[in-house]
Design a binder for this molecule. Structure first.
Ligand SMILES: Nc1ncnc2c1ncn2[C@@H]1O[C@H](COP(=O)(O)OP(=O)(O)OP(=O)(O)O)[C@@H](O)[C@H]1O
Length: 731
């Protein structure tokens, strides 16, 4: 029977997307997770049930969210459907029997739960309505049949990628395989020597023969140890080098990815990629080579056993299959518990983090006891889970030992029977015991390989996903490596939205930012000012429309050249955990005069001189140690030190008192005379000297002009101005 489909989620919040992928496959269509992601508005926070339903509709699956009791789910609900799981996950239910519920879980694979286990995950015990669980019913429509998935993603990339890293070590890999092969062959001589000692040596009482064989045995064991040592050395040599080169390639690739990649993934998910590279490397260098060795052992010693007595081999293989099956069965049970364990662990970590970062709020609100109680609740759950883990491990080990012992007893009994019946010699019996010993350890290698393969496969798909994400700028698109003479910035019919399913945040923007002038952008909160700045600084590209510098399309200008020439001070920008000096100079050339000058211009020199280590004072995490206003001034000093052609300021002075703000704005006007400045400010007094004021509302430009012109127009800007003046006079 065909198995119900299962696809794994790549990121912690991808479960909803993977469920839709699973259901679509069930109805006969394969969509890659990227296809579905493109239709959704999935963010770091994942998808709400409503958004999941919307995405399903876009795929052509009619969706209906319902809240039902378990009896109703059994009797009336068409399967497959998506279930909301433990309040933080989605899974697909595909079959229900009188005893079990079958689930295709994007995190764990296909799993069978007892009714009790299922209800534990599905019902929302923490809420009042504890008898009902949430489902999303899905049904294909004609649209589903019409939608064409993009071509299947090629999963070979990551695998080829790793093989390409092995390429320079071809000789060593060959040596490794050859050593393993020779080692196994050498080892296969030991049972024959043992057999000869017993059968020929002892029978003929020939001491010199026995001594000779024992010496040969010692030589063999020494050479096996040397061989294993060589094998491990080659393995360490290759794997340590591959690890470094793979990880540095990963960092290079990561830094080339667009900001949107980072905004849509949690830092945990991105960090997971680095672990994935590690896991793949260890899978290939350890599990894959170990399994080759295990298979070689089984082949060589299995053949010898077969030659001695085929029955023994068959009995061994039979017990081996039971052993592997038993181990895998428990591995599956552990997988279920693991998920529970990880979510509890995450909760536990969050409690700790919150305790450390929110201590002021906790104390101010007298919330210590409440916090401690909720922490203790998690500890109790962790404790019971720990006990269940322990019990399962005990049963697993006990059962595995029992299977091995029973099979040993049966095999010994059969061998002894053969000796008594005169079918094999005593020497052969002892040789067989040695062979069976050699065949045991490869069995546990096989179960270890199967479980690590499943983990590595997910890593492999995830690596593919990030490797297939296009860079911020592809090299082939660059035709210009220098800024043109004419540096006017021109936006033409620009549309932009953050993800495919949301509305346009910038709606048909056409704007000219003249070279050497100050352009201010104003508008209500959420009108798209920062987004426009992100387009200008090229953190994002327009969805449609064009962005030119002079007569060059920005896409064609080398992005690092552009960034070299711009200074950006963002809203709420944070300092690096480095010294004040390093925070300003970054990787530029150090010039002390320039540095002091920049600090003077932002009125920060006195504050910094008052610190015990002056400009060498280390900043704490996220700039801890400076006030918000001081941090802002530090960021402006960084832009001043860089002395770029273009300066972009987004609410860069909003944490400053008006005296400091005035000083800095005046200084900026002098230092940036003749350069292009674009600034966003809520305080309209800050932008009075701007040559041009761009007024935005709901993603569109509603007015452009000088201050006087806009005030005389008595339009949107006038209203903003009037409101602010009224407020200020009130204050
Ligand atoms: N990274 C993002 N992903 C999705 N939506 C976003 C993102 N950043 C901003 N938005 C949305 O875009 C819209 C415009 O935001 P933007 O920050 O450009 O406004 P703004 O005019 O600068 O507002 P403010 O004055 O409050 O800073 C808002 O509705 C916001 O929710």
């Amino acid at each position: 029977m065909k198995k119900f489909p299962n696809y794994r989620q790549l990121d912690s919040k991808d479960c909803g997307l993977a469920c839709l992928q699973i259901v679509s496959k069930f109805y006969g269509k394969f969509f890659s997770i990227q296809d579905i992601r493109d239709l959704s508005s999935v963010s770091k926070e994942g998808l709400s049930l409503y958004e999941l339903g919307l995405t399903a509709e876009r795929l052509g699956l009619k969706s209906l969210p319902v809240k039902v009791e378990f009896e109703k789910l059994i009797d009336n609900i068409p399967l497959p459907c998506v279930a909301h799981w433990r309040n933080n996950h989605y899974v697909v239910i595909y079959k229900i029997t009188t005893k079990s519920v079958f689930i295709s879980d994007p995190r764990l694979g296909r799993i069978r739960y007892s009714h009790r286990e299922f209800l534990e995950g599905w019902l929302n015990y923490e809420k009042d309505d504890a008898k009902k669980g949430i489902l999303l019913l899905l049904e294909p429509t004609d649209k589903f049949n019409e939608i064409k998935p993009s071509s299947n993603p090629t999963n070979v990339y990551a695998f080829n990628y790793f093989l390409s890293h092995l390429e320079p070590y071809k000789t060593q890999v060959f040596q490794l395989l050859a050593t393993m092969f020779i080692l196994t062959l050498v080892q296969s001589a030991i049972p024959f020597i043992t057999q000869s000692i017993v059968d020929t040596g002892i029978a003929s009482k020939d001491y010199s023969f026995i001594s000779m064989l024992l010496i040969a045995n010692i030589v063999l064991i020494v050479s096996i140890s040397i061989g294993s040592w060589i094998r491990q050395s080659i393995n360490i040599h290759i794997s340590s080098r591959i690890k470094v080169s793979i990880l540095s390639n990963f960092i290079i690739k990561l830094l080339k990815l667009p900001v949107s990649y980072f905004e849509n993934k949690s830092s945990g998910d991105i960090f997971q990629r680095a672990l994935d590279y590690d896991r793949m490397e260890s899978f290939i260098m350890n599990s894959a080579f170990n399994i080759i060795l295990a298979i070689l052992n089984i082949l060589v010693f299995g053949t010898i056993l077969f030659i001695y007595k085929p029955t023994l081999l068959f009995v061994f293989l039979f017990s081996g299959i039971i052993y592997v099956g038993w181990d895998l069965f428990f591995w599956n049970i552990r997988k279920k518990l693991d998920m529970n364990y990880f979510s509890l662990k995450a909760k536990n970590n969050n409690h700790w983090m919150e305790l450390l970062t929110h201590i002021q709020e906790i104390k101010n609100n007298n919330y210590e006891q409440g916090k401690r109680w909720s922490w203790e609740k998690v500890q109790v759950k962790l404790y019971y889970l720990g006990i269940r883990f322990l019990k399962i491990n005990q049963i697993d080990t006990l059962g595995a030992n029992l299977i091995n012992t029973i099979s040993d007893v049966i095999l010994t009994f059969i061998s002894v029977y053969y000796v008594i019946e005169g079918e094999i010699t005593l020497g052969t019996l002892i040789a067989i015991q040695y062979i069976l010993g050699q065949l045991r350890s490869p069995l546990s290698e096989i179960t270890a390989f199967i479980s690590s393969y499943q983990m590595a496969y997910i890593s492999f798909i995830r690596i593919n996903d990030s490797s297939n994400t296009p860079d911020e700028q592809m090299d082939e698109n660059v035709t210009s490596r220098d800024l043109p003479k004419n540096k006017t910035l021109i936006l033409k019919d620009v549309f932009f939205k953050y993800n495919n399913s949301s509305n346009y945040i910038l709606n048909n923007i056409s704007l000219t930012i003249p070279e050497g002038k100050i352009t201010a952008i104003v508008g209500a909160s959420g009108s798209g000012k920062t987004t426009l700045l992100k387009i200008l600084t090229r953190l994002y590209s327009p969805v449609s429309g064009h962005f030119y510098i002079g007569n060059i399309n920005m896409n064609a200008l080398d992005i690092s050249e552009w960034r070299k020439n711009i200074g950006v001070v963002n809203q709420g920008a944070e300092a690096f955990k480095e010294s004040i000096k390093d925070n300003i100079v970054l990787s530029g050339e150090y010039d002390q005069n320039k540095l002091y000058n920049a600090l003077r211009q932002v009125n920060l020199l006195n504050d910094i001189n008052a610190l015990p280590s002056g400009i060498n004072s280390m900043m704490g995490e996220n700039g801890r140690g400076l006030s918000e206003g001081q941090k802002q001034r530090l960021m402006i000093a960084r832009a001043l030190y860089k002395d770029p052609q273009f300066l972009f300021l987004d609410e860069a002075t909003n944490s400053l008192d008006s005296i400091n703000e005035n000083i800095i704005v005046n200084n900026l006007n002098t230092s940036f005379e003749g350069k292009t400045v674009v600034l966003i400010a809520h305080r309209l007094a800050t932008i009075r000297k701007a040559d041009n004021i761009v007024v935005m509302n709901e993603g569109q430009i509603v007015e452009i002009g000088g201050e006087e012109q806009l005030l005389n127009k008595k339009g949107y800007y006038y209203e903003l101005f009037k409101n602010q003046m009224t407020l200020e006079s009130y204050e």
